[in-house]
Ligand binder design. Structure first.
Ligand code: PXP
Length: 244
């Protein structure tokens, strides 16, 4: 039996539900602790420039209470790098950000934005923080990520998740596999995520080179129905089955 990939649970949408009322609850920090108790290997949050869900207070508290690892998703801006250096998450995943998007819609164009990305990576590395770049399954982006000295990549699985035909899904999976293998060969860590849920995660989780999946919406949505513990356990179980 192979080692299952690690599960990072993204708790942003617990904060989304809180922010629609600007209330004190539900609290993503409480949710994070329940996720860890149920077997999550990492807690992931995206501190957006517009603070639409996760707030600075959430990130500060999470850093103090998370016992697994904290993965902070953020844009490669001076403000965010400053926050990361203060908070010191285990990993920073750099993501592109557009104010009008519903969620992170595409991967980073690393080659086109080389300078700010490289600068952010340099500061983060000096601060002892592991860096990952959220990229589309595209070999040019892997090469560019390697050149800017990132520790890891996170492959954007959104197109795979949204594919409607067998052919499209197979093509997207082939690209994900190719990128995962290439990144591994050059010594980079490999994560994947976006749009993954209980019914589409298995083929991605079977790819041996993928070490970690970050899953948010599907886990939080299931937790709304059955609670965090079964929602996280079910996902961990699927990740185990994928490599059994
Ligand atoms: N990974 C990254 C880099 C993301 O930006 C997101 C969405 O915030 C996720 C994973 C999780 O995506 P989803 O909520 O669709 O599972």
């Amino acid at each position: 039996m192979g080692i299952r990939c690690r599960l990072g649970v993204n708790v942003d949408h617990v904060a989304t539900l809180r922010q629609v009322r600007r209330a004190m609850y539900p609290d993503p920090v409480e949710a994070a602790l329940l996720c860890e108790l149920a077997g999550a290997d990492q807690i992931t949050v995206h501190l957006r420039e517009d603070r639409r869900h996760i707030q600075d207070r959430d990130v500060d508290l999470l850093r103090r209470v998370v016992k697994t690892e904290l993965n902070l998703e953020m844009a490669a801006t001076q403000e965010m790098v400053g926050i990361a250096l203060k908070v010191r998450p285990d990993t920073v995943t750099l993501v592109p950000e557009r104010r009008d998007e519903i969620t992170t819609e595409g991967g980073l164009d690393v080659a086109q934005n080389r300078e700010p990305i490289q600068r952010a990576i340099r500061f983060l590395k000096e601060g002892g923080i592991r860096t990952s770049l959220f990229i589309d399954p595209d070999l040019d982006q892997v090469r560019a990520s390697h050149k800017v000295d990132a520790h890891a990549i996170e492959i954007h699985t959104g197109r795979y998740a949204e594919s409607r035909s067998f052919k499209e899904r197979t093509d997207e999976l082939a690209k994900i596999l190719d990128v995962a293998k290439t990144a591994t060969k050059v010594g980079m860590g490999v994560a994947a995520g976006h749009g993954l849920h209980y019914y589409n995660v298995l083929p991605v989780a079977r790819i041996a080179e993928i070490q970690e999946l970050n899953i948010g919406h599907a886990v939080v949505a299931r937790a709304l129905m059955v609670g965090f513990e079964p929602a996280v356990r079910d996902m961990v179980q699927l990740l185990r089955e994928a490599r059994a």
